[in-house]
Design a protein around this ligand. Structure first.
Ligand code: PLP
Length: 355
């Protein structure tokens, strides 16, 4: 039997530790389940499906609905099982051996993971100490490395900060690179890159149902971009990769925009609640435009604080061992009650660590 590919064999992959706790604020999902009416509508639609047949291969109905939602042409929409699968399809089509991708770190760890699996060389450029990007430094790094693919994440995970549209625009002028803008949390952002995608041949925008749509368990994500790129992705993905249930589930969700909007409102007020709590406790944090907030533990105490919170049945993401994020933890905005429990546990934990 052959051994596993040597470049992958020592590789641990991506995982977010799941601990059994009462308050789970570690993976940036929506704290709300989809509505009962939605679930009922979905159950009825599933009953009518002919599951003995293969699904519509390019999900025409869902694609048309997404295109209408974003005012683009259906030929400008690619759909997959979560935006992670969109990223992997992008790198299968445009990355691979002898190709280079550039990320600005810290950012979403999946870009590095998919680069590794697809044998795409990865160039990691550091953000500045406040996690912003500097135009001059970005352009210099770009000229030095000439990447085939550049990843932006706006708002960026795990910092919660919007990217600077002028920097994306400056790189997009250079048609040698494919520019991927990940807008998993785009509903909260101060700008969206769809305008850039429609005016540049090399810009694509990534969206997901996993966050404010309350459908992380559905695994549905999509990409909007120029027809030629989208066509290449449909040619690269496996046949029938989007199952029939997912296709109707996405379609029905798009019919309930008001529910999604209500989730956004809940999250924005929950984020204010958490930020006010941080201010009260004297905790430093980055002002987020997403559904999570990155904050700092007392110096050298990131792991300890994370454990104290787990002891109080609150799970957040421990980023403190990641490069460039020492002492940092990331909390997902939950319901009002969950946010309260988090803040109370945080207050107790900080007292515990001080004593
Ligand atoms: C959560 C997240 C996604 C979503 O991935 P799915 O595969 O659609 O669940 C994509 N990008 C970023 C930056 C994220 O944080």
């Amino acid at each position: 039997m052959p051994s596993m590919r040597r470049d992958l064999s020592l590789f641990e992959g991506y995982h977010s530790p799941q601990v059994d706790v009462e308050v789970r604020l570690n993976t940036n999902e929506s704290p709300l389940r989809p509505s009962e009416e939605y679930c009922r509508e979905l159950a009825e639609a599933v009953e009518k499906l002919e599951l003995n047949r293969y699904p519509d291969r390019t999900a025409v109905d869902l694609r048309n609905a997404l295109a209408a939602f974003h005012h683009v042409d259906p030929a400008e929409v690619f759909i997959a099982n979560g935006s992670n699968e969109v990223i992997s399809t992008l790198l299968l089509a445009y990355g691979g051996p002898s190709r280079r991708a550039m990320t600005f770190e810290p950012t979403y760890a999946m870009y590095a993971q998919v680069a590794k699996i697809t044998s795409t060389e990865l160039i990691e450029i550091d953000r500045d100490s406040d996690f912003g990007l500097d135009m001059f430094e970005v352009l210099e790094a770009y000229r030095d490395h000439r990447p085939d693919i550049v990843f932006f994440c706006s708002p960026n995970n795990p910092t919660g900060l919007d990217e600077d549209p002028e920097i994306i625009r400056a790189l997009a002028r250079n048609l040698d690179s494919l520019i991927i803008v990940d807008e998993a949390y785009g509903q909260f952002a101060s700008f969206d890159a769809l305008g850039l995608a429609s005016s540049h041949a090399n810009v694509v925008v990534l969206k997901t149902f996993s966050k404010v749509w309350s459908l992380a368990g559905l695994r549905l994500g999509y990409l909007i971009g120029p027809k030629e790129i989208i066509g290449n992705l449909w040619a690269t993905c496996l046949p029938y990769h989007i199952d029939s249930i997912k296709q109707v589930a996405g379609l029905l969700a798009l019919g309930r925009l008001d529910e999604m909007q209500a989730t956004i409102d809940l999250i924005v007020s929950g984020r204010k609640q958490i930020e006010a709590g941080f201010d009260g406790l004297g905790v430093s944090y980055w002002r987020s435009s997403a559904n999570f907030v990155l904050f700092k533990a007392p110096k050298g105490k990131g792991d300890d604080l994370w454990k104290e919170l787990v002891d109080r049945s609150v799970l957040v993401r421990n980023c403190s061992g990641w490069p460039r994020l020492s002492d940092c933890l990331r909390v997902t905005v939950g319901t009002e009650d969950e946010n309260d429990r988090f803040l109370k546990a945080l207050s107790e934990s900080l007292s515990q660590l001080r004593s």
